[in-house]
Structures are given as C-alpha cells and as structure tokens.
Design a protein around this ligand. Structure first.
Ligand SMILES: Nc1ncnc2c1ncn2[C@@H]1O[C@H](COP(=O)(O)OP(=O)(O)OP(=O)(O)O)[C@@H](O)[C@H]1O
Ligand SMILES: [Mg+2]
Length: 276
C-alpha cells in the first residue's frame, strides 16, 4: 500500500470540511488559525498523547510536547534527543525566540519536541503562557499542546492559554476521581471531558461521569472506543494520516475527527459568548 500526503490547504480540510460537521465553517476557518487545544489530565495513561498527536495531524496544527518523560509524543514521533545537540523547546523559552517546528511531512504533525531537561527548565507559568501566545500569533496555525500528567508550570501555562482543554478519562474509579479533582480545581476553564477506551460502559461509572459533568458544568465529547492495536502500534505516523485509512482504524479515525469538530464548535461558542 502506498502512503501519500493528504493535500492540505487549511487546518480544517482533514476533518472533512463537510459543513454538516461544523455549524459555521467560515467562522471556524478564522478561529482555527489561532486555536490552542491543550490535552491534559491529572491522571497518567488515560490517552492524552494518542489524542494529541491525532488531533494535531487532523487540524494541521503544530504539536508542542511539554511531556519530558520517555513515552512522550516526541519519542513516538521518532525524535531522539540523544542524537541532537540542541533542545528546541528549552532553547526557545530561554532565549525568548519562537521555535521552528520540525516538519512531520506526509505522515506526522509538525512538532516542537520536548527534552528530558524540560522538567527542570520550565519557566513560571505566566511567562510561558505569554510565550505560547506569541508563537501562536507568529505561526498563524493551530497549536495542540500535550502535557505531562498532573499539574506543573508548563501544564498550567498550557491550560491558561487554551481555547479548549481536552481531558481524556477512563470509566474507572481512579481516573474519575482524578477528573473530579481536576475540574473542581479548574472551574471556569473551557474544559471538555473525552471518555476514552470505552468498550463497555458500566452504569455506575456513566452515572458518576454525568454527575461530574453536571456539577461542574463541563461538557462531555463523543467517546473513543478501546482499540487493542493502538497500544501495540510501532508506526510513527498518525493513524489518521494513512491513505487510505485501513479498515480496522476507520472507526477510530471517525471518532477522533468528531472530537476535533466538537472542540472547534465549543471554542466557537465560547468566542461568541465572550464577544456578546
Ligand atoms: N482509545 C484507545 N484504545 C486503546 N488503547 C489506547 C487508546 N488510547 C490510548 N491507548 C493506549 O493507552 C496507553 C496510554 O496512552 P497515552 O500514552 O496516550 O496516555 P497518556 O495519558 O499520554 O499517558 P502519560 O500520562 O503517561 O503521558 C498507550 O499504550 C496508548 O496506545
Ligand atoms: Mg502522554
């Protein structure tokens, strides 16, 4: 099978510029240039990185990786800091410069890679937030930020600048507890909950999730299924970058596209409310 680049003229073409997915395509096109989506969760292993890299590809966004641990998006992308002499993210932040994203070409999102030293080299969150906003204005492209589990300066910066904060959650006790703590702490932020790895939906867990959503007024996106092949994948490329999309991945790609559209709709709604 040959893998070819999906021609991209705009950051909405890959989610299917289908007007039925978006209520106001012209407004969405305008918004998406300055869109910042942060994927964060107080719980580890809930699917932040998988979602971030697919969304970044689908939106033709710059993926900025704030997670310094191995197993991060940077590593999955194929970037090895050991083979490099610089650390683009740290260099940019320390020198007050805008990083130049690495090109992902036909298969991966463009990337600002992380570095293990990021754990000790994060500026204070307000300063970093101002820098991200500058990068966004200069790039005129959407940004997807992937984060380390839990809080921390970089994560709070990423949360502070986001138009949409996507919080993946599993329908299990500890992830739901972590979710509840997070949305309670971050009241008033534009959070959407993303139920991930949903095979069965135990009624008590669904009820708990609904209660969290209602109590804190946080919307829940469509769900993402559980795909055992996803965790075993060794391909560097985004699943949604395959052309054609293999049969077994189609449902997953459709789910992620739907979530991309829901996130844009949410950001648009918030923008319209703010300008009222
Ligand atoms: N919908 C899904 N179905 C099946 N497996 C999934 C799904 N989403 C993520 N995974 C798998 O679950 C594991 C954890 O996912 P991922 O690395 O994206 O989580 P994370 O929240 O970024 O973790 P960390 O907190 O360590 O950064 C990975 O092996 C990933 O491939
Ligand atoms: Mg991760």
């Amino acid at each position: 099978m040959t893998v070819t680049e999906t021609p991209t003229k705009h950051g909405l073409d890959r989610i299917g510029g289908d007007p039925t997915m978006l209520s106001d395509p012209p407004a969405a096109r305008q918004l998406v240039e300055q869109l910042i989506v942060t994927v964060a969760a107080w719980k580890g292993g809930v699917g932040k990185t998988e979602l971030a890299k697919e969304l970044a590809w689908l939106l033709d966004a710059v993926l900025i990786d704030f997670d310094w641990d191995h197993g991060n998006a940077t590593r999955a992308w194929g970037y090895r800091h050991e083979a490099r002499t610089n650390a683009p993210l740290i260099d940019a932040v320390l020198n007050g410069r805008t990083p130049r994203p690495l090109s992902g070409g036909a298969a991966r999102p463009d990337l600002v890679p992380c570095h293990p030293d990021w754990v000790h080299n994060q500026p204070e969150s307000e300063q970093l937030a101002a820098q991200i906003q500058r990068w966004s204005a200069e790039w005129r492209r959407p940004i997807v930020l992937d984060t380390h589990p839990g809080g921390g300066e970089a994560t709070y910066a990423a949360i502070g600048v986001a138009n949409v904060i996507l919080v993946p959650v599993l329908l299990e006790t500890r992830p739901l507890e972590a979710l509840e703590g997070m949305v309670e702490e971050l009241r008033g932020y534009p959070i959407m909950i993303v139920p991930n790895m949903i095979a069965a939906a135990p009624a008590n867990m669904v009820k708990w999730l609904s209660r969290i959503s209602e109590t804190y007024q946080v919307p829940v996106t469509s769900t993402v299924g559980a795909y055992s092949w996803l965790g075993q994948r060794q391909l560097r490329m985004a699943v949604s970058a395959r052309t054609p999309i293999p049969a077994r991945s189609r449902t997953y790609v459709d789910e992620v596209k739907t979530i991309a559209a829901e996130a844009i709709e949410f950001a648009l709604r918030n923008q319209k409310e703010e300008s009222r």
